[in-house]
Each structure stands twice: as C-alpha cells, then as structure tokens.
Write a protein that binds this ligand. Structure first.
Ligand SMILES: C[S@@+](CC[C@H](N)C(=O)[O-])C[C@H]1O[C@@H](n2cnc3c(N)ncnc32)[C@H](O)[C@@H]1O
Length: 288
C-alpha cells in the first residue's frame, strides 16, 4: 500500500515534468508560438537554466561563444541546461556518447562535433515534443552521427557496456528514482567509461514549501539532491573516482530560478541564502 502511494506520487511528478518540457519544446522550439509567446516562456525560465538576460536561453550563460557559434540559433535557443557537460567530458574522436534528457539536442550536437564521423551520439528523452524538436534540429544541421531515442533515463533504451561517456545537463534532478538512473548509467557504460554531468544540487535543507511544489520540481529545484547524498549514491551504484565541483549562480540567476515556482514571491524564504543552498555542479565518475 505504501509503495503504491509512492508510485502514484512519482507518476504525478513525472507527468508534471513531461508537460512542463512539452510546453517548453513547443513554445521555445517555435513550431506554434508567435514571437511574444516565445519570449514569455524564455523569460519565465521554463527549463533548469535561465539567464541573466531575460530574452536569452541558458546556452548564453553556460557555453563558450566559439562552441555556440558553430550551431544555428534555433538550436542554441532551446537550451535548458545548467552547465556545459560536453566541455567537462573532454570527448575524443571516435567515442560513443549518451546524453540523458537530451531536450532540443544542444549537447548532442556539440558532442557530435567532438567525436567526429567515427564517433556517435545518442540522445534519450521521455518527452515526444522535445524529440520532435531535436530531430528537426538534427535535419537542419545534418548531424549524421547523432540520433535521438524516446525513453526514460530510469530504463535506458541502450545496450549494456556500449557507451564511452554518459553526459547529462540538468536532468537527473528531475528523476524520482535517482539510484536507478545511476545504476542504468553504470550498466550502459563500458568498463573504464565515464559520466560527466552538470546538474542542480543542494547543500542543506530546502524550505518545505519549495520541496512540496510541483512547479519547483519541474524547474529543477525541488528534486535536486544534497551534494553529499549525490556523491554517496554515485559511489553506492558502483562508480569510482567521484568528483563534484560546485558552480554557484549569481543572484540574478537565482531570481530567475525562483520565478519558476508558483507563488514564490509571496513565500517566507530568505532568497539571498538560496545561492549557497541550491547551485549547479560538475559531477564526474568512472565505471571500474
Ligand atoms: C531541463 S531540460 C534539459 C534539456 C537538455 N539537457 C538541455 O540542456 O537543454 C530536461 C529534459 O529532460 C527530459 N526528462 C526529464 N525527466 C526525464 C526522464 N525521467 N527520462 C527521460 N527524459 C527526462 C525532459 O523531457 C527535458 O527535455
């Protein structure tokens, strides 16, 4: 009975996350929105990452200009991450890369350029509207070494021991079963393979009102794990050489994040202290 209750709650969260990113894909991706609706979604920060400049996507904040200029604006505009896992991964030609929660595909396309024609990149996402955008972007770019698969990161549609590097940008925090995601990463990596992940983590307790908010979960806040628990979960899954480096946001970014939570402005929360409580992190680990 208790398990059933937990499962229902998980399903409710997953549905909210999927709906949130389906809406983001349609509005930012531009298949249906007019200019004003695109800007309003960007400025309300419908993904994990938002930017200091409200009309910008998170790509402008987290990536270097040279990498960004190699992709069309349509692609870099649908960027909802909180870091640059491709740079963190130090990819080499010929590698097979898997991107968990690939969204519009920005990291897949950047990774595709690094691994070249002898390598390949697989993006997995559970939101069909995101996959539509990613596949349209793939055709636009002609990224033949990149493919997108529909699936959940808790049950990856990827063979055992087949991937050199798993990357992910602001997605694991959205999962209701993070230990299962880590076990799946371990399963698909080749021995000696690595994960290089950018994600939101916390240090200390988040206010209860935030933890209970579905919008905070879908905006990558309520589901974020404590940094120490995250490291422990990675080690328990069976990885070695785990490293987590915090990347603190500036206050404007924190404000952008906060606006994603319904009714946040009226909450009794010390907004300044949130900067050191919730932040992005670079996380790496190796499969023995
Ligand atoms: C914050 S966005 C990040 C997208 C992309 N990584 C980026 O940097 O632009 C989160 C993405 O993860 C996907 N996602 C969330 N939870 C997932 C899950 N459990 N399994 C697969 N995809 C998931 C969403 O559909 C969405 O596209």
């Amino acid at each position: 009975m208790a398990n059933q209750t937990i499962k229902k709650e998980d399903l409710k969260i997953r549905k909210a996350v999927r709906e949130h990113y389906a809406e983001a894909a349609v509005k930012i991706g531009g298949c249906c929105g007019d200019e004003s609706s695109k800007n309003s979604v960007k400025s309300s920060g419908c993904g994990c990452g938002t930017s200091a400049n409200k009309s910008d996507a998170s790509s402008r904040v987290f990536y270097n200009t040279e990498d960004l200029s190699s992709l069309p604006e349509d692609v870099t505009g649908l960027s909802l991450g909180c870091g640059d896992p491709v740079t963190l991964a130090s990819l080499k030609e010929g590698q097979t890369v898997l991107d968990l929660g690939s969204g519009g595909g920005i990291d897949c396309f950047l990774a595709g350029k690094k691994v070249g024609t002898t390598g390949r990149v697989i993006g997995v996402d559970m939101t069909p509207e995101m996959l539509d955008q990613a596949r349209a972007n793939r055709s636009k770019i002609g990224a033949e070494n990149v493919e997108f698969r529909l699936g959940e990161i808790e049950h990856l549609p990827v063979a055992d021991d087949s991937v050199d590097v798993v990357i992910s940008n602001c997605v694991i925090n959205l999962s209701t079963d993070k230990p299962q995601v880590l076990r799946e990463i371990l399963r698909v990596l080749k021995p000696g393979g690595r994960m290089a992940v950018s994600d939101i983590v916390t240090s200390g307790e988040l206010p209860e009102v935030i933890k209970q908010s579905l919008s905070a979960w879908a905006g990558c806040i309520a589901g974020a794990m404590d940094e120490k628990d995250f490291i422990q979960a990675i080690q328990q899954a069976g990885f070695k050489d785990t490293k987590l480096t915090p990347v603190y946001f500036d206050e404007e970014l924190i404000s952008d994040f906060s606006r994603q939570i319904d009714g946040f402005e009226t909450l009794d929360v010390d907004k300044k202290s949130l900067r050191k409580t919730i932040f992005s992190a670079k996380i790496t680990a190796e499969k023995p």
